[in-house]
Every structure is written in C-alpha cells, then in structure tokens.
Write a protein that binds this ligand. Structure first.
Ligand code: DGJ
Length: 754
C-alpha cells in the first residue's frame, strides 16, 4: 500500500493490491479523479485519463486553454458557478445572503501513515499505523478566505477509500454552508446500475436495482434519522455485475441523520456520485476561525462482484468501525419480552419468562418497553426513567438480581431521545422538546422528541441513564427511537442557525452514545428505531448490533436480511425467533425455519416460552444448543448470498445463503423454499468460499423432515470442496416434494472440514 505524489505531473496515486485511486491537478489547480479501479502500475502516470475538451456551448476560463471546460471534467470537490452545471459538493453564501462562487485550488498536501480520529463524528479507525495511509489535500479560495481539506484514507487490506472534508473559515466574517457533501466521485462512464435499499417500517432495506438514466437520481432522508425509507448506502455496478464477477462501487455514509445520495448522468456520458448530509433544510453558519467537519464516506471498489464488496465492507465495519469490548465477542442469545407481553407484565411474569428461557438455554433476558413511569401503553411516561412500582414493586435492581441469580444476564430497553407530553419531565421542561411549546407540535406514537442539539439535555440524559445503568447489574441496552422528527427547530439556536438543527441533533445523539459507552464499557448496546429505522454505519460505531426490523416473520426476513447483508455484517443484525401466527403478517412458519433464518445474525427469541408446547421447547433447546456451537461462524463468518430469485433481491421462491469461517473449515448453508411445489424438479446449488481441496463432512437438518429425504441421501457425507463448489448441493427430488412438507420449508446444511 502506498500513496504516491508525482510532483512533476501533479498526480497522487493511492495504491494497494486491490485498487488504484488516482487524483490529478487540473490546469486551474483543482483536483480531479483520473481513475478508480483495478490497480494500475505505480510506475505509470495517468493525468491523460482526465478528459476535457472544447464543446459547443461550453464555457472556459480566461487564461486557460478553451479545451479546459468544467462541464465534463471529473472534479473531486466541485463548486458551482464556473461552468460545471452538475450538482456541486459545496455551496456557500455570504453573511448577507450573496451566493459565493468558490474556486478551490490546490495549495499543499500531507501524506501520512494511519488515520486520524474524529472528535464528534463516528468514523472508521486503525489500530496500528501500518493498517492505512492517508492523504490530506489542502485547497484554498484566497479571495473568500476559505480553506477546504479533502481527507483520504486507503486501507492496506481492503479496496476501500474513506473520504471526508473539513471546511475552514480563515477570514474575519462568517459565511453559511448550504451544502457540504462528504464526497463526490466523478466517473467517466454512464454505464452503471444503481442498487439501493428502500423500505418502510416492517420491510426495511429491500434491494432494488435501476438503470441510471440522464439527469439526477437521488435518495435520502429528511426525517431526522437515516430512516427505513432509504439507507445511507448504494452500489453503482456495471449492468452485468453479479455476486461473483463484475465491477461495482459501493458507497456508504457513516452517518445516522438526514442524508442524500445522488447520481447525475451528464450529457456526455459521465456520472457524478455524491453523498453527504442532505442539503435540503441544511445550513451552517461558519464563523471566523471555525471548521466544519463532514461525516465520513466510504467507497468500496470491486472487480469481482457484490460478494467481494460485501466481504471487504463487513470486515471493515465489524473490525474497524465498531469498537469496545463487544466488537469481537460472540453475542449472547437473548430472550426479549416485548412480543410476549407488550406493556402488560409484572415481576412474576417476567421472572417466569426468564426462568423458562434459562431452562431452554438463553443467556440474556431483555426487559423491553413499559418498565418505567406509568407506562402501560404508548401514551405516557417517556422521560420519566423511574421504575414502575406497580409492575415491579421491588424495583429494577431487585428484578435484575433475581434474573442474574438465575444465571442470565440482564438487559434493558430505553428510549432516551423521547419525551411524552404526559410525563413529569415534559411538565418540568416543556422547552426541551423540539418545536415551540407555544405552537402546534406534531406527535408521533404520541410522543415528542427531546432537543439533543442542546448540551443541557444531553447532560441531563447522561446523568439519568448513568444512574439507571449503575443502579443494577445491567449488561445490555436496547436504545430505541420510535418516531421521525418534525418541526426541526431548536429553542437553543438563533434564527440564522436553525438550519444546523438536524445535524446538531445527531451530533448530540452521538455525544450521549459516546459518553455512555465510555462510562459503561462492559455493556453491549443494540441500537433500534421502531425496528430498522436507523440501521446505519454511524450507529454501528457505538452499538455493534442493531435491531434489524420489527418484522420477525421468517419469510419477510429473507428480503430484509438479504438487502441488509450487502453492507452490514451478520454480527450487526439482531435476528429473533418470534411466535406464530406472526405478529406483523399473521404467517405461520415452522419453528426451525424461523430459527434457521435468525441464526444468521445476533440471535434471540421474542416470544413467551411458557406458551410453547413441550415438543416446541425441545426444539428451542436444540436450536440454542446448536447455535452456541456455531455462533462464531454465523456472526463473524464470511457471508455469501447464493440464490435470491430472478431479481436477485431475496424475494424468490427459493432463497439460499451461507456463511464460511475465516479458515474455511466450517460453513453453514441455508435454503428456504417459500411456497411448496408439487413434484419439483432437481436443481444444484453450487457453494462459495470453501477450500477446494478440503474434504467436508456435510450434514443437513430439514426444518420439516419427511420420509425418504433426498437432501440427506444425496448431500450428506464426505464431499470435497471442489465438488461442492463446482457441482453443489442437490435441491429438489423425491423427498423434496413440497406437498408433504408444506410451505415455508427450509434446510440448514453444515460443513466441517474433516
Ligand atoms: C419498537 C421496537 O422496534 C420494538 O422492538 C419494541 O422495543 C418497541 N419499540 C417498544 O416500544
């Protein structure tokens, strides 16, 4: 790995075994992307790859050749106003509202080992300087006294470039940022598909793929959180890219607030990608000598398909974004009482759930919503974080002790960012809620949002939540956030700084997370937002796992976990077995199918174990015992999407994926057949990631066994890796006759090198 500076050619070459990222300085001394792709020789010079040409209707700068026209040039941090009519990365207005035409010219640079830490924003990091090399390009607009630092880090072991920007006001007067993207990537082709992950509550991150067309295509959030509607991630792939071959560029923002990801196909076959804080509603007053830091953007390049992209980003996020004691530790198997009781429980009920769960093998009991204030439904008490003595007369500590005495750890649900209008906190501090107490405030789930942009609110929450965490043996926290933000203004900000609110809100959330995770390093935090409404890389920096979706139906989870898996590792995905009929869709699926799907994540149960039959309890006992032996593989193995249906989005009738351990000695393969088919044909499922020369002992567990099981007869036994990779497992056949097996059948194959 190296970052080279070729002084004569004014060229930077970020280079490792997987990738070259080449920046050249243009005739106006602004930086341009000459190349991103497979590694090119570090000996070469590549400035000529930056295309520009005089075209009809194009504009050019006095003193520079007419061929140098900004309209088509690939620019690293473009501004508007000098002939580049695509969307800019940076937009500024002066103190009195005058738009500024900014020329960012190279002034200096610094190349250094390692990667610096950020104070306020989450970001990837290095544990030793040998893991990465960084470049900072210092750009300047002398006339307006603005300095812009473009920061790049190349990781030695990954085709990943991290980018972010610092914008500094070196003048004496303030100006306003209207847009300050984290990165722009100008590609010299329009031949890309855009894959992204839209959704809604209960159906988060469903993969869609669309052809880029001329003009601007954009996704984003203006909801105060990254949202279930769009995820701050997208892939730009060549139309023929598959899981195993072809070029793709993954783009991921390490951010949990309002974001946008834009792609603009220009009139001459170029594509501009941009990602960062959503410019809609954003403005930031940058006073003299102040610096604004953008969130970090990650670009992953692959020439070997989506699978390769996934493996690199999974490793980086799980090992060098998540942090703390739980980063590399196997996660406990939990039982959560939410769907078992909702708000209606008492200590006796909780203890009997915990007792049964312990008997089945669970390791962590999580007490969900409803334990505090007068919270018997969702109309009151958020903000009053005192135990509800009617439900828990002996208090939280006593309950936690009784649970830990059973041999389970104890976990607790909180929703610190919220306040109910019917709460003591709100009665005392009505001005702490977002919006004005004198004007209409929009409710969501009957609740208001606390103004996390105000330091006194964050301080109060830190003290209150710390008090709870110190009061009882708590080893896990589920941090929920159950509504979107409306009336996004703050009583703590002057009128001309109100555009800062949404970003300041999320900085406040990060501050509280940072302080709590530092003060209580032994606690495993799981982020949650009405399911997966804030499932993003920003959150993963503090909470190494997140509740993937409130929808725990095994069949719906196929699409959700499929889409989520493109960027986010299985260790980050909370995945639970819940009761049937499923509470979200009413579907009845086999208990083993529910477990098989949930195995590929941070596993747990969300049901009343006391309502299980003896036979079901025996199955759950077996599932938990099995997961304990295999969870390292499920949580930290390399994840391969094998079969997702015709549109490749996990919505097919047969969906299959697998995990392989880093040493390739163990693997587990899931096959789900959604609807039964009479007399199905045979098919083969080639496996991936195995060592071709190893002999693997293959075993199969059908969720719903039938007589004369073909899966057992044809697949079980000792099989070489090459046969499994080139021929594969047999699906279909006599015993696979869905008529006798029913809908929602599944099979879990385990492979162990012999
Ligand atoms: C939404 C979460 O996603 C659920 O799991 C549960 O914790 C409820 N909130 C509780 O209000």
């Amino acid at each position: 790995m190296a970052i080279l500076w070729h002084r004569e050619e004014k060229e930077f070459h970020l280079h490792n075994d997987y990738l070259s990222y080449i920046i050249t300085l243009l005739p106006d001394d602004s930086p341009a992307l000459a190349y991103i792709g497979r590694p090119l020789s570090p000996e070469g010079r590549y400035g000529r790859l930056t295309l520009f040409e005089d075209r009809a209707l194009s504009t050019h700068q006095p003193g520079l050749p007419p061929s140098f026209c900004l309209e088509y040039v690939p620019r690293e941090y473009p501004t508007y106003g000098r002939g580049d009519f695509r969307f800019p990365a940076l937009e500024l207005v002066s103190e009195n509202g005058m738009p500024l035409v900014v020329d960012l010219q190279y002034r200096a640079h610094r190349i250094y080992n390692g990667k610096p830490c950020l104070d306020e924003l989450p970001a990837t990091y290095c544990e030793s300087d040998a893991e990465a090399e960084s470049l900072t390009l210092v750009l300047e607009d002398r006339a307006h006294q603005i300095e812009v630092h473009l920061h790049y880090t190349l990781f030695a072991e990954h085709p990943i470039v991290a980018r972010r920007v610092s914008i500094h006001n070196s003048g004496s007067k303030p100006f306003y940022l209207k847009r300050a993207l984290s990165a722009v990537l100008d590609l010299d082709s329009a031949d890309w598909d855009m894959l992204h992950f839209p959704g809604a509550w209960g159906r988060e991150r469903h993969l869609v793929c669309k052809l880029l067309v001329p003009g601007l295509q954009s996704i984003g959030s203006s909801r105060g959180s990254s949202s279930a509607q769009h995820n701050p991630s997208a892939i730009f792939a060549r139309p023929n890219t598959s899981e195993t071959s072809g070029e793709a560029i993954g783009a991921l923002l390490v951010y949990s607030g309002n974001f946008s990801i834009d792609a603009e196909v220009g009139s001459h076959g170029t594509t501009r990608l941009g990602l960062g804080i959503n410019p809609f509603g954003f403005s930031w007053k940058l006073k003299s000598a102040e610096t604004f830091e953008t969130p970090e953007a990650l670009f992953v390049y692959t020439a070997q398909g989506f699978g390769d992209m996934t493996h690199h980003i999974h490793r980086l996020l799980s090992r060098r974004l998540s942090r703390g004691q739980w980063r590399d530790r196997e996660r406990p198997i939990l039982i959560n009482n939410w769907e078992a009781t909702y708000f209606h429980f008492d200590e006796h009920k909780l203890l009997s759930i915990a007792h049964s769960a312990k008997d089945l093998g669970a390791e962590l009991f999580v007490l969900d919503d409803g334990w505090f204030g007068r919270r018997n439904d969702d109309t009151s008490s958020l903000g009053d974080w005192m135990v509800n003595r009617e439900k828990l007369p002996e208090g939280l500590e006593s309950l936690a002790r009784k649970i830990t005495d059973l041999g389970l750890s104890f976990g607790l649900w909180i929703e610190p960012e919220m306040v109910s209008p019917d709460s003591d906190l709100y009665r005392k501090h009505p001005d702490w809620a977002i919006g004005s107490p004198l004007e209409k405030r929009t409710l969501g789930r009957n609740q208001l949002v606390l103004d996390m942009s105000r330091s006194e609110v964050v301080d109060y929450l830190f003290d209150t939540i710390s008090g709870i965490l110190s009061s009882a043996p708590i080893s896990y926290i589920k941090w929920d956030m159950n509504r979107h933000i409306t009336e996004p203004v703050s009583a703590g900000l002057p009128p001309d700084e109100q555009g800062e609110f949404s970003h300041r809100y999320i900085l406040g959330v990060y501050r509280l997370y940072r302080r709590l995770t530092q003060a209580f390093p032994h606690i495993l935090f799981e982020s949650c937002s009405a399911g997966g409404n804030r499932f993003d890389a920003g959150m993963l920096a503090f909470a190494p796992q997140a509740w993937t979706s409130d929808d725990s139906d095994a069949i719906e989870r196929l699409k959700i976990q499929w889409g989520t898996s493109f960027f986010y590792p299985p260790s980050a995905m909370g995945a639970h077995v819940s009761a049937v009929p499923n509470h979200q869709v009413g579907r009845i699926t086999p208990l083993w199918t529910r477990a098989f799907v949930a195995f590929f994540g941070a596993f747990g149960y969300e049901l009343d174990p006391e309502k299980l039959t003896e036979a079901e309890k025996a199955e759950v006992r077996e599932q938990i015992a099995f997961y304990k032996q295999w969870r390292g593989l499920f949580q930290f193995g390399d994840f391969y999407r094998l079969e997702g249906g015709r549109s490749g989005d996990g919505s097919g009738n047969c969906v299959a994926w697998m995990s392989v351990s880093e040493d390739r000695r163990r693997a587990a393969v899931l096959v789900v057949q959604v609807l039964a088919q009479p007399n199905p044909g045979f098919s083969r499922l080639p496996l991936r990631g195995l060592d071709l020369s190893f002999n693997y002992q293959v075993r199969v567990r059908p969720a719903v066994p039938v007589k004369n099981e073909a899966a057992l007869r044809y697949n079980e036994g000792l099989r070489r890796g090459d046969e499994l990779a080139y021929v594969g497992l047999l699906l279909g056949g006599d015993g696979w006759n869905g008529v006798s097996r029913g809908d929602f059948a599944s099979w879990l194959f385990t492979l162990e090198a012999y």
